[in-house]
Design a protein around this ligand. Structure first.
Ligand SMILES: NC(=O)c1ccc[n+]([C@@H]2O[C@H](COP(=O)([O-])OP(=O)(O)OC[C@H]3O[C@@H](n4cnc5c(N)ncnc54)[C@H](OP(=O)(O)O)[C@@H]3O)[C@@H](O)[C@H]2O)c1
Length: 256
């Protein structure tokens, strides 16, 4: 039993790695930084005694996606966690086009490519799960995070559709919808943490605890935290024009 975790060196991906290794699962961690991969892998195998392999790969391009796909075709893979991802923040017209399209490559294209690699073997064996880390951002159009919100809407839609396609094969596909989670994500996106009320933040460990509980129950969606469940459900029930407007007002304070 091996779990392949993209983004396994930081934040939510790292919390998955810690929780799964504590349960005795072998791991393959994927990220770009070789040094961080080596440090995290050594720490986890020292703490838990499990086998932790690493793959240094950039998931924003076909070469990195192919490298991880090759490992996913091995028979021992029972879980794929697609956690690697990033967001940008600010007016669309002010974004670097390459950095913006890179979001689509990592958050969307890699998720599709890796699912293509992992699923055939899982279906043939009648055993396996995929967790796609989406976001509460999936629930509505996100002005000033236009590309990020759209990538996460894709991930949620894709996950629900796949879940239905493979349900009869004994495979679970789950979309995970974290809200504000303490990690490097917001520093990278240029969003000030202090602009978000402290009660809205969750630790990545809490997000992953809830995700693994929901996965065990075969759920197709996991949204950790009551506030996040209310926010996501109300956004999903509102007309897109209204939820986009509310989103604009709520996120006004993050604007650089
Ligand atoms: N934090 C939040 O509030 C929040 C809320 C909702 C959803 N999410 C989602 O949760 C997921 C994980 O985010 P996080 O908060 O854990 O962020 P994080 O702390 O920044 O971790 C991101 C991880 O992804 C890896 N990564 C980034 N770009 C990559 C690339 N091109 N190729 C391969 N690996 C790459 C990073 O390692 P390297 O930099 O070494 O590659 C790192 O391991 C993302 O999909 C994010 O959209 C986060």
């Amino acid at each position: 039993m091996t779990a392949v975790i993209t983004g396994g060196t930081s934040g939510i991906g790292l919390a998955f790695a810690e929780a799964l290794s504590a349960l005795g699962e072998s791991l393959v961690l994927v990220a770009r930084s070789r040094e961080e991969l080596a440090t995290v892998a050594a720490g986890l195998s020292r703490a838990t005694g499990v086998q932790v392999d690493t793959l240094a790969a950039d998931l924003s391009g076909p070469a990195g996606q192919a490298q991880v796909s090759e490992r996913l075709r091995d028979d021992d893979v029972t879980l794929l966690v697609n956690s690697a991802g990033y967001g940008t923040y600010g007016a669309f017209l002010e974004q670097d086009p390459d950095y913006d399209t890179g979001q689509v490559d990592v958050n969307v294209t890699a998720v599709v490519a890796l699912s293509h690699a992992a699923l055939p073997g899982m279906v043939a064996r009648g055993n396996g799960s995929i967790v796609n880390v989406s976001s509460t951002a999936a629930g509505q159009p996100m002005p000033f995070q236009a590309v990020y919100g759209a990538t996460k809407a894709f991930v949620t839609s894709f996950s629900y559709a796949l879940a239905d396609e493979v349900a009869d094969s004994g495979i679970t596909v789950m979309a995970l919808h974290p809200g504000y989670t303490l990690s490097r994500f917001h520093d990278r996106a240029g969003v000030s943490r202090s602009s978000v009320p402290s009660w809205l933040w969750l630790e990545p460990e809490a997000v992953v605890r809830q995700a693994l509980t929901d996965l065990k129950k075969g759920r197709r969606s996991s949204t950790p935290g009551l506030a996040n469940r209310v926010l996501l459900a109300s956004a999903q029930m509102s007309p897109p024009r209204l939820s986009a407007r509310v989103s604009t007002v709520l996120t006004k304070r993050f604007r650089p």
